[in-house]
Ligand binder design. Structure first.
Ligand code: SF4
Length: 390
């Protein structure tokens, strides 16, 4: 397999112990055999993990004298709840997780009529340094392992199944990679996570491809790799500006891959998958919400298999960035629609629990410091190997 040309990545420092969810099925069977157990126990462990069973005592199909050993070796607890916060009458629940090295990440489970979506994190912090984003201000701590990412979705599925979210027991239907981090900068582990989300039980959560959304600020080589690998998940591109001049400042990675290149890569993805991609656009007062920028965006996307998702910015306390006022939002929508571009304004769930990405972890990072590493300079990309950084 060819090397992924140039993407940004976090150091390996702080990576967690081995977990079943990091392994292929063959590797898991081999690991179980090494522990003196028949290979099929790997399937039993997988079934328990994906059902959210964490207590070895509940793994009653595994002999009692083997449960602790197997669980300790292959199902180490990687995510500890620091706290849950609920909003929207209990239908939204945001969880702050502490990882084994003290790093903090968050996920948000949102229940809607007929579906339940969890927004998960793929990195602790983020190295993309978007100035309006709370996570971007923290810098990058490290990549999450596949098991740490998958674990957030498994916990959400278990919360739904157990009826922990207002509305009674239900099923997790959707996963979006829109929490902390740039998923495609942690490519190999995100790819493994996709496999686990899509695989039927006992080896995954059995979600449909269209119900899984991978979001990116526009790491063009990684979008192309995702395209080539034939994953048919939904692609979301965080554009936030239609012109390079503004996007260079709002999304610094744009100095490396320009708007045109990002849209070309997304178009190629749409052609290959037949699936409409989504363009995420945080509406920021007097920064990117002018009518002429709506027209520019309309021109950029007219006739493409794309859908614009406008997100009124959820302001970080003390930040100079603010949400667009309603009249500006309406004007923006109207101009895009007039250009023939499908447009929606995102439901901003969880605003009363600091719902903007990264804010909860940022608030806690004073009392529970993460392993702080310097923000990688966006001008200095790191060469990755064939499997990302594994
Ligand atoms: S907006 Fe997304 S890519 Fe940009 S810094 Fe925040 S988490 Fe990272």
């Amino acid at each position: 397999m060819t090397a992924l040309p140039l993407v940004f990545d976090a150091p390996r420092r702080g990576m967690p112990p081995r977990h079943l969810a990091d392994l292929t099925r063959e590797e898991a069977r081999a690991a179980v055999t090494e522990l003196g157990q028949p290979a099929f126990r790997a399937d039993q462990l997988a079934r328990h993990f994906y059902r959210g069973v964490t207590d070895p005592a509940q793994m009653t199909d595994v002999p009692a004298d083997a449960r602790e050993t197997l669980a300790e070796a292959l199902l180490p607890g990687l995510l500890t709840v620091v706290r849950h916060q609920t909003a929207d009458d209990g239908r939204t629940r945001k969880t702050l997780w502490r990882l084994h090295d003290g790093a903090l990440v968050e996920s948000v489970l949102m229940r809607y009529p007929g579906r339940a979506t969890v927004c998960i994190s793929s990195q602790a912090g983020c190295g993309m340094a978007c100035p309006f984003c709370a996570t971007g201000q923290q810098g990058l701590t490290r990549n999450l392992s596949a098991a740490e990412i998958i674990g957030q979705a498994v916990a959400a599925a278990a919360a739904m199944a157990n009826g922990d979210i207002q509305g009674g027991p239900g099923r997790l239907s959707n996963v979006v990679f829109m929490g902390m981090g740039e998923p495609l900068a942690n490519y190999a582990r995100v790819r493994k996570t996709l496999d686990a989300l899509l695989a039927p039980a006992p080896h995954g959560l059995g979600l449909s491809q269209r119900a899984v959304t991978v979001s990116t600020v526009g790491l063009v080589p990684a979008i192309r790799r995702l395209t080539d690998e034939g994953r048919n998940v939904t692609l979301a591109v965080s554009l936030h500006a239609p012109d390079d001049e503004l996007r260079d400042t709002l999304v610094p990675i744009n100095t490396r891959w320009k708007v045109g290149e990002v849209i070309d890569a997304a178009d190629a993805y749409a052609r290959k998958t037949g699936r409409r991609y989504s363009v995420e656009y945080a509406l920021i007062r007097d920064v990117n919400d002018q009518p002429f920028r709506a027209d520019l965006l309309g021109k950029l996307l007219a006739g493409k298999l794309a859908h614009v998702n406008l997100i009124p910015l959820n302001p970080t306390p003390g930040s100079k960035w603010d949400a667009s006022p309603l009249p500006a939002q309406r004007e923006f929508v109207a101009r895009l629609r007039a250009a023939g571009v499908a447009t929606t304004v995102r439901d901003t769930r969880g605003q009363d629990i600091d719902g903007a990405c990264g804010q909860l972890a940022a608030a806690d990072s004073v009392s529970v410091p993460a392993v702080a590493l310097p923000v990688p300079a966006v001008e200095e990309p790191v060469e990755l190997g064939a499997e990302g950084d594994e």
